[in-house]
Design a protein around this ligand. Sequence first.
Ligand code: GLC
Length: 553
Amino acid sequence: MEFQKSTVYQIYPKSFADANGDGVGDLKGITQKLDYIHQLGADYIWITPFFRSPQRDNGYDIADYRAIEPMYGTMADFEALVQKADALGIGVMLDMVFNHTSTEHEWFQKALAGDETYQNYYIFRDGSPDVPPTNWQSKFGGSAWAYVPHLKKWYLHLFDTTQADLNWENPVVREELKDVLRFWKAKGVKGFRFDVINLISKPDVLEDDLTGDGRRFYTDGPRIHKYLKELHRDAGLGDVLTVGEMSSTSLENCIRYTDPQEEELNMTFSFHHLKVDYRDGEKWKLQPVDYRKLKDLLETWQTGMAEHGGWNALFWCNHDQPRTVARFGDTRQHWRAAAKMLATLMYLMRGTPYIYQGEELGMKNAGFTAIDQYRDVESLNYYRILTQEQGLSSEEALHILAERSRDNGRTPMQWTAEPGAGFSTATPWIGLSVDSAGICAETQVNDPDSIFTYFQQLIALRKAEPVVGNGTIEFLFSQREDIFAYRRTGQGQELVVLCNLTGQSISGDFVPLVQDMQRQLGNYPDVKELAQNQLRPYESVVYLREVSPAQLE
Ligand code: GLC
């Protein structure tokens, strides 16, 4: 299936489905739920890391790229998963964490034991114990360097201290990683998501950052395009789907990463549109969503990528983000309409949709109120930094965590209305969302008005109507903050999408825009037409027509 027409469903295995009743999701659980994903209509599943790992960062700290973490199952379980997915026409995508390994990885252990060959797999620097080699900051808080007393050396970790950055300048490291890709491809894997892949290329000389936390030196670093081309060529990535997670990246670089002629990746995740509620650009400072900025960013990226042959991954949410409807919509009166509107807005643009588990049900944030409910390493680090270093009260810090913590997206998937939500028969490793009542797959799959059914229709529309996959995009009402609207054109079709971003009715010249067009979808199910130039609270509508080339002129 061409990736322009495809939809990817993201699974966070720890919280998806627990088949063996130990409170932790597993591979067998995923296999049991493949029919549900098939029913939704997704073409691929991206499973976040389930490789052997001490789980400091829930699997993003890999200790063995070729082995399965026992709590998730066995290699036979994985093979059974791929087999069933194949039978259903679903491609399995794996998450390759190649910027760093766990410090428990054999390579790092050999480095610690003094083996210079393996020290050269990582970024070690000599230095005195009290001054790190540079002032760079870890993305999880604190210095990006950790000292190893018996070696009298520091090693770089852009994330947790247990996630040591690999040295991509060492060609042997690059060969090792290509081999990992070949290993999983041979198991029938159909795609890869590359974790923070634009951070892998560090400069030759590492120096203090006098104006920032160091990221400007290694983000989209000096040899990044060379390394991606090399991976693509040597690991045969041309016949699988590839997406790169790009941290603090630029449009120019994402165009290069995804321009088919460059032969690097199919598409990229960029995060600028998910920072529009950060005060002063800081995640741990709250601010209401700036919809003006959100619109500008989405439009700039859509238009910029389209003009230069790039391709976006379209997404609102993942395992690192709060829940979409809670963040950009409404969790009370207009919950259902808002969840559908946000899906319409995002997933009919130019790009490939990535739907995060539970988003298709309108799942809400965790609603945790005590620090011991949190599990995420970043959240726990920042709770300490906010309360101990920045002087916030514990209430203030908990309030911020309730909005921003990555655990908001990591509460167990809500399958049924039973206690435990049908996720597990045991106490789950992390609590259910406090707001989980009334939201579950079981009731939504057969309800024609549910959020699930609406997602099904959106996914089907992308497959059925060529303009969704391959049309150009042009934005309407760009100057208005209350509406997000666009027209897609191409393949002998024209599609118009109108979305009310607010909880009030809004008016405008909407009817003329959709004249002579066929209504495809609307999130007010009993309403068959656009009210006279009005959009109801969070209303979204989609209209289509076939056009002859002459009409397009
Ligand atoms: C990515 C992952 C995140 C992880 C980090 C370090 O951003 O999505 O979950 O903590 O990389 O691997």
